[in-house]
Write a protein that binds this ligand. Sequence first.
Ligand SMILES: C[S@@+](CC[C@H](N)C(=O)[O-])C[C@H]1O[C@@H](n2cnc3c(N)ncnc32)[C@H](O)[C@@H]1O
Length: 275
Amino acid sequence: MSKELPPVEIHMILAQILQKSREYVLAHPDLRLTEAQKSRFERLKKRRKNHEPMAYILGHKEFYGLDFKVNKNTLIPRPETELLVEEILKLKPKDKNIIDIGTGSGNIIISLAKNIKNNNTFWGVDISPKALSVARYNAKKNKAEKRIKFIKSDLLNFILKSKNHKLKTKELIIVANLPYLSQKIYSSAMPDVKNYEPKSALLSGPDGLNHYKKLLRQIRSLKKSYPALDVSCYMEISPEQKTILEKIIKNLFLSSKMEFKKDLARKWRLAIMKT
Ligand SMILES: C[S@@+](CC[C@H](N)C(=O)[O-])C[C@H]1O[C@@H](n2cnc3c(N)ncnc32)[C@H](O)[C@@H]1O
């Protein structure tokens, strides 16, 4: 508990307290704190020593060059998720429905809306109202609120079960970073993750695939309601899920196309299914 934090974390905390940049802190090694600032410094250091992630202590996290508010109701955006954004940007989508399922802080859909100038319908969906309120805040903060509809729904139920939301175009792009940790991987996660980030954003049944299995079954039902609809589904996965997901997709969609991509650490990270 008494072990000192690494200098980079001390500098980040000081920058937060002083509302200055880390560069400012580094350039002013002799800066003095007021008594109130000193006690806040001690409080924040203690939180970090208790393994609370730095992003929760600071209240924000950078993703795809944008700044996002995060709190205990939202997963902290991970750098590997930028791969999902990159893949959708490569499509240069125009006049499409783009739905981010499990939007959390809104990091994926907001990054897409900010980087795609063409006309598309952007949706951010989450089952958690508390996460959605952070996503709406982030859309405003990044000046993207007019382009994105945020909806509370269990995966695609808002289209499947409600008459209020209709797909206006023939092409649907689904981008999903849903919970995908297996019970085994979740149990061995670092305390920073397990003790602080929402379990409902991470764990998905024994093999980590409960959410993706349900989503894929929903896509199959959607195809029955909209037979002419082309669906592309981009899913962030855990590397060991590639083989089993391949089988699930083959069973559900006889004539679909499938592709898997690796992240920068050369681990399978992305499953792409096109109906
Ligand atoms: C792994 S987090 C991803 C958050 C964010 N997209 C990101 O990339 O950092 C998964 C998100 O899915 C949401 N979620 C879990 N079950 C869901 C469901 N059945 N329908 C919609 N969203 C769900 C969680 O609330 C959480 O915000």
